[in-house]
Write a new protein. Sequence first.
Length: 855
Amino acid sequence: MSTPATTSTAMECSWKSQFEVSLELVALRIAARQCNTFTKRLGDYVFTRPKVRPIIADPEAAEGSGATRLLLLSEAVRGLELAELPVEVREFALAEGAQPVRYTLRLGYEILTAEQVLRLLLPAGIEVPSAFEQVGHIAHVNLRAEHLPYKRLIGQVLLEKNSPRLRSVVNKVESLSRDGTAADQRTASDEKAWRFRVFPMEVLAGESNLLTSVRENGARFELDYREVYWNSRLETEHKRIVEQLGPSAVVADAFAGIGPFAVPAALRGASVYANDLNPASHQFLVRNVEINKVASALTFLDVFVGAFDRTRWTAPLPRVHCYCFSKADDPRADVIATAERLMGCTLPDATAHVTGSDHYDYLVIGAGSGGVASARRAAMYGKRVVLVERGPEWAEGGERVGAGYGGTCVNVGCVPKKLMFTAASFLESAEESVGYGIEHVAPPRLNWPALVKARDKYVERLNGIYARNLDSSGVERVVGVARFVGPREVEVASAGRRLTADHVLIAVGGAPTMPEIPGADLSISSNGFFELKEQPQKALVVGSGYIGVELAGILNAIGCDTTILCRGNGVLRRGFDPLITEVLNDELVRSGVALRTNSTEVAALKRSADGTIDATLGSGEVLSGFDCVMFAVGRHPATAALNLGCTGVTVDEAGRVRVDDFQWTGVDGIYCLGDAATTNIGFELTPVAIAAGRRLADRLFGGLAEARIEYKNIPTVVFSHPPIGTVGLTEPQARKEYGESNVRAYTSRFKPMHYALSDEHAKKPMAMKLVCVGDEERVVGLHVIGVFADEMLQGFALALKMGATKADFDNVVAIHPTASEEFVTMAPWGARHVDAASGASASGATIKPTPPPRR
């Protein structure tokens, strides 16, 4: 391929056209709803190339119908007849009714990477310069002499392939070496470059403006890349130093540059003295102090006699950082001697510290909410903290098994679920609004791809926030799978790191449990629900816990024919008050969910001739016609890969790490919290893990010896349809703990005013219960199901934590008209002993105190 000598528009079109190629491929014409199924099943036979989607619109489908798609097969698949296809492809295509067709795929310059383009354009034998350092919107490349004849071309390709994040590509004109240049031959520019390490730059492509901004270690910096020195590769080292500083630290940075060390140190509360010999650097240092609002913590030095003039310094000697390597037998002594020689003074032994790069005060495994909260709290105390997160991973078939920053909650749990719940609730609101004069010209419908795209973008944004919060707190992040190789020693093989720490926290969370049955690969877990690219039309949800109930409710609300398979006599039969479960089960059936109770387990799944999935139960009964089968049968701790056997840490039969009330494993310096710990059984909730993580750090590093979480009166919400809120004991739990005669329950059932004008079929029920004990009628349980139950619970949880009584509730002035006022007007209202069936509340609710059951 010829190499262009110019990059004019005409020539550019000419050389770019050289990359245009046509591939003759075999494609399968499939139903649009089968895209996900085919992609998973055919795996290696699917066409894969960066920036090219294997599923495309069918050019022969009726315009606007969207009924069929083309699935591109790999270039190795050649035959157009079914008999010529690979056996696995042929059998699946026959079973699903897919037809092979010829498709010409045209590819060009736009789908190639910068490295691929340059490899084709540059002469053979020249190394491709595809790597660069990014500084704000600028890419800084280091071109060799052999690259210079092609530098404009290289710049243009790098710019185009990395736009819009890059707007300029630059190359340094010369090195900073003084070798061979006599003093009288050096220009002022040469001297400035050598003295201040400012590289003369030429712009190869893009904008000539090199005024830019960068973010590092929780701070934002402005700089002119022509005038000041900046090395983004030092970010980790800057962070490592800053992590060691606390509010009491005094730091002098006599070569501060634009502030990459001084400003983050000031942000952590250290007292910082800083300046730089380069006037331009000083100018931007002043600007960056202003931007990051640390003027009160940073004083500008005027001490520039030698590297450091001890005689001019009147304050206590500040921390001095020496970034160096030593091959001496005693590296510490060698480093200290070097520092003393350069500074011209003696360092007191008590103030001289040498820190190894891979030993930390606190090592956290897992970047879920609990791990992140604990790591950041420890860093707040000035501790050196590292957090290991394996990051998002996908199992064979496309289901997500690794969460990423934020853990299950942010990635495949609370957050995306709440977004889906809200979308489904909006659809329900449309039906509820008709009686209020809201006219719908056309029935509202859900655009599943649009929802998924917006949801995933929101989750991705949260991932970034979690990562940036860790960075701004001074927590070092390591990506990879952590494996213990000894007590308080962890190997992260993919990162090439072996980490040790004084304290180690296991916060790896849990994962969905899947059955080992024939055809299990045709099903998904709750994680897989968030990987669905097509909206299910008929779904089977196996499991009667809160996860299954929530996702089944979403599916039903968006119009999916939904079946829940329960082993017991309904959903949420364990851990929830009977009043709540009774109302929920009735409402699920009323809203159209097929609730199959007292069912045997699913024994096998099989793909039928029409492409749907058949589920065979243990009884032999077959349920058929599903395009989505989801198992929500529980979760298990993700501890298997940790190699806990070499630590002395013990686990229970489910794999949960055994801990005490203070999250301690019984092994010196090793702790566990969240879904992987035994203390969390029944409390697999994000706020619980966050609270436990913070209190653990408070105890280990903050001097709060008794800090721990109290696993009592923890509020929880189920985002079912309608939602549930519950805190404290259920009525049966209270009677078991306090005795039958010491418990009194007050209940209320009604249709909330929210539905006053709605059509009758659109109205959802509401029910509430207060569980009280003792003569003082202390409230030990509060339960509600109905619209906005999720939003009303938080304040009532505080009331229970503070020991509120029924009389305290009665003495609160109600907010009218609201559903939540029922809790403070529940009969008997203001009187201790009133006959049952005491009348109606302001919203028409019939309210009855529940007497002890007769024996």
